[in-house]
Structure formats: C-alpha cells, structure tokens
Design a protein around this ligand. Structure first.
Ligand SMILES: C[S@@+](CC[C@H](N)C(=O)[O-])C[C@H]1O[C@@H](n2cnc3c(N)ncnc32)[C@H](O)[C@@H]1O
Length: 351
C-alpha cells in the first residue's frame, strides 16, 4: 500500500467532513444574520456579537469558535476577540451583489436533505421531484443568481448580441423559461420600460414569488407570469428574446421544450441560454467548483429531472451537449458569449 496516498485520502476525507459541517456553520451565519452583524465592526468580543445580534450566547460562542477553526473569522487569543475581515464580508455580507456567496449556503442543508431519497433512487430509479425540496433550496437558487443577473444581464450580456438592446428598447418582447423567482423578467422590464416580458415556470410557489416581486419592483403592468408549460402557450405568440437561465439541464423533456422555444422565437430573435460552467470532459471538471456542481446535480438538478421521467442531463452539461440539444431542436446559430465569473457559460442561439 502507498502510505502517502493513504494519508492524502484520509486528509481529503477529514477536509471534506469539515467542509460539510462548515457548510452548516456558514448556513447559520447567513440565516441568523451573523455575517451582516459582524461586517465592518472590526474585532468583537463574544458579548459584543451577542448584544449586536440579540442571539443566544452559547450558540453564538460555539459558532464563533467554529468559524475561527474553519478560518472564516480572525481570532485574537489575547483579547479573545473575533473579526470578520472585510474581504470575507465582501463575500458573505453582500446579499444582492454579484459577488455574494451566502446564497450557496442558504440552501445547503435543504439540498442534503435529498440524500436519503437519492439512495432510494440508486436502487429503484426515479428521484426527488422539484416541489418536494425544502423551500430554502428554491430560495437559494435565486440568492445565488439574483445579484449576478441584476448587475450583468443588461450591462454586459445583452449588449454582446448585436441589435438586441435596440430591439428591446423599441418595445420588444421577452420570455424567460424557468423564471423561478422572476429576477430575469423583472430586470428586463426595469431596463426596457417600453417592452413586455413574461416568465414561465412549472413551480407555482416560484411564480407566486415572481408576481409579488414584480409588484414591489413596480413592473407588474409590464410583466406576466405563467405556470403553464411553454408547449401549451399559443404558438402564434412569439418573442424577440427567450432566455433560459440555469434551466436547460433541469428539463424533463428537453426536446419538446426546446422545439417549443424554437417555434416561439421571432425570426431574427435570440434564445439566450445560461448554463453551468463546465467542460465537456470529466477531466476538465476536476476542481472544487466542478465537485460542487456534481453535488448540486446529484442532490437537485439531475434527480428532479429523473423524478419526472426526464433524462437527468445533470448540471455539468458542457458546451458540446448543449449545442447538440439546440441543433436537435432546429436551431442553427450557436454562439458562446464570453462572460466573467466562475459559475456560468452563456450562449446566443438562433434559427
Ligand atoms: C435552477 S432553477 C433556475 C431559476 C432561474 N432561472 C434562475 O436562474 O435563478 C430552474 C427552474 O426551471 C424550472 N423549470 C424546470 N423545467 C421547466 C419547464 N419545463 N418549464 C418551465 N420551467 C421549468 C424550475 O421549476 C426552476 O424554477
């Protein structure tokens, strides 16, 4: 036996066990507001954190100790104080920005709650349906994506498609497939006041969230949200822009849905597809973000598709399989758009 290999595997196992439990501690920091409490405050005693957060002393103390051990908080042993460094606050106390990572942890316990059902699915097939996940999983999808969409969709992504901004500014129409909490639809409506934008999602609670968010954003008149499958929308209803963000790999019947998208796109229109950043080959995905997405896939994306009798495409679809799906649906234009960030790939697709 190679002792160095054995030790490396043991180290990796302990590191991953620590990662799993630290994910739980990060979840607590996000859900209790402790990261926000500690942001910009410098060094704090346990009592300072307890009084600023109004949370239970013993729980706060144990959380602070765990966060020090996991190296998310700086610790001064002489003063017995704890500090959330500004760089860490930038990532964890920054909801609604494009650099917030707290959303990942908001949904982590709910995601792993799927594990026993996934064990069953290994034996008997099927999976855990989308609507049986804890609501925090659905919320976390929006928390992970919202800041990115609000910041980059209209500033960076749409201008990369020639003519698209002009079309939408002149009263164009858009449809967001798998709209979730409605962020893309609402962001488009706010940026293009002359346009009209629809969102479609099979998950009724998400549609209720989207409708409420459109009211709050003052764009209810410009937006419509449906729970009907896109295949059942009137086929003469056509759009200048159709978006499918973090959605294609989730589809239970990608062929039928993408054919419907093809039919509902106006001639010269754009189908903007945002997918998980992943290489075509497994060996391209051997890194922490790849491992994270295979986990998201197993415990959410793939299993919910298989639960509906779908193909379970999985999160790490990769550009080649994405392009093949688009070609099968009848699209001939497939252009990768270069975007920044570690999580996503973007494609402009057209007839
Ligand atoms: C991972 S979530 C992404 C939500 C949102 N687009 C975002 O990027 O934050 C995928 C969404 O696709 C929806 N979805 C899956 N299959 C669908 C279908 N056939 N038609 C409409 N929505 C679908 C799910 O209900 C879910 O809200």
């Amino acid at each position: 036996m190679d002792k160095a290999k054995l030790r490396a595997c043991a180290d990796r196992a302990y590191r991953d066990a620590a990662g799993a439990t630290t994910s739980g501690l990060l979840y607590l920091g996000v859900r209790t507001g402790l990261f926000n409490t500690m942001a910009d405050k410098g060094a704090m005693s346990v009592e300072d954190v307890v009084s600023a957060s109004e949370l239970n002393h013993r729980y706060v103390q144990e959380w602070l100790h765990g966060m020090v051990a996991a190296e998310y908080l700086d610790y001064d042993p002489e003063a017995n104080t704890f500090e959330l460094p500004p760089e860490h606050a930038y990532l964890f106390a920054s909801e609604d920005t494009d650099h917030y990572v707290g959303g990942i942890f908001h949904g982590m316990p709910g995601l792993l709650q799927a594990a026993p059902a996934v064990v069953e699915a290994f034996h008997h097939g099927g999976g855990l349906p989308y609507n049986e996940f804890h609501h925090e999983v659905h919320e976390s999808v929006d928390l992970m994506n919202r800041g990115i969409y609000e910041k980059r969709l209209c500033e960076d992504w749409l201008p990369a498609v020639p003519g698209l901004v002009d079309k939408l500014s002149a009263g164009g129409t858009g449809l967001d497939l798998g709209c979730g909490a409605g962020t893309v639809t609402i962001t488009l409506a706010k940026a293009f006041p002359a346009g009209s934008f629809s969102g479609v999602d099979l998950h009724p609670p998400s549609i209720a969230t989207a409708r409420a968010a459109a009211q709050v954003a003052g764009v209810a008149d410009q937006t419509m949200f449906f729970t009907d499958p896109i295949e059942t929308l009137p086929s003469d209803q056509r759009f200048d822009l159709i978006t499918a963000f973090d959605c294609v790999h989730d589809l239970a019947d990608p062929a039928a849905v993408l054919k419907s998208v093809h039919q509902r796109l106006k001639p010269g229109g754009t189908f903007l597809v945002l997918e998980i950043r992943s290489g075509d080959n497994l060996e391209d995905n051997i890194h922490p973000i790849g491992a994270m997405f295979y986990g998201f896939s197993m415990f959410h994306c793939m299993t919910q598709s298989l639960a509906q009798g779908g193909p379970g495409l999985g999160s790490c679809l990769g550009p080649a399989r994405t392009e093949a799906l688009m070609q099968e649906a009848g699209f001939t234009r497939f252009e990768p758009i270069k975007i920044r960030g570690p999580f996503n790939l973007l494609y402009a697709v057209g007839h």
